[in-house]
Design a protein around this ligand. Sequence first.
Ligand SMILES: [Zn+2]
Length: 353
Amino acid sequence: MNEKIISITLFQLLLIVFAAKLLFPTAGHTQAGERYDGPIIDMHLHAHTVASYGPEPIPMCTAEEPVIYLGLDPQIPMTLDRVTAPCANPVWSSATDEELLRETLTTLERHNIVLAVTGGPLDEVTRWHEAAPERIIPAISFLTGRASGAQAGGVEGLRNLFLDGRFELFAEVGAQYEGLAPNDPSLDPFYALAEELDIPVGMHLGEGPPGAAYNLYPNYRAALGRPLLLEDVLIRYPKLRIYVMHAGWPLIEEMMAILYSHPQVYVDIAGENWGHPRKEFHRYLQRLVESGFGQRILFGTDQMVWPGTIEVAIESIQSADFLTTGQKQDIFYNNAARFLRLSDDEIAKHHEM
Ligand SMILES: [Zn+2]
């Protein structure tokens, strides 16, 4: 008799557990540490020429500690060391622009990166877009110093290019590289245009190359990357669709003040996900997620001329054991789909690929 009571109780217990699972599904937020295997959106890819970074091949160290400073010789910008890289496993730049395009597209495909916001000089961007019109979202970079394209007649030129369908986002906007704060009055006509035509803006705030002011970007100042400098702009242009590239690293408290106070702002985590020591990247990401901003973080690679960095960037999220699979899915895809306002059809198609 006792046995019977126990077995009924166990059966009831199982029923309760089953009912609880039905009532409170985990909605994809499964156990931490599982790999995400769905589609990915890269919000921060570049179409640059290999030559704009110096004589190739150029090694790049990833996730290294201590921080590695670039060569300070202005004649060989971005070259770490022409013979040996100061790290054990560098990734190497592509040999030619053709290879760069091909290797990047192959890597995007292999990792199910279904869309990539691709910024750079417009000629390069157009070439990339024509090579993979489904995958490459053309964006225009400006105010990024040496990697800038022509500004094509200022704001009116940008308006015409946008209306001609030549680009879909302003990204990357690198005012900091030119010694301008994001709230510099000279940028007002451009913000007004972005708001008027509903063009999303990817604003660089935070890290440039280490030691940048002594080499590639003499006007670069860390102080101009302060996220709070964006606040006036957000108030003046409340309909602006804007994401802060690099999440304003390392000024996380200012970044969180902006995210908390201005719900329209998103951030990307590109560059630091392969360029910074991994522990620091994870700390930064974990702080953002655990402060409640996990649905405003966009995945990006900041791939320039090193296609190998894409895999390092993806792995930095996959290996983050503080993230659930659902949080990885938000970062890799859902948040960007929302920011870019993808249609249900587009989203469904990406999940079939
Ligand atoms: Zn940047």
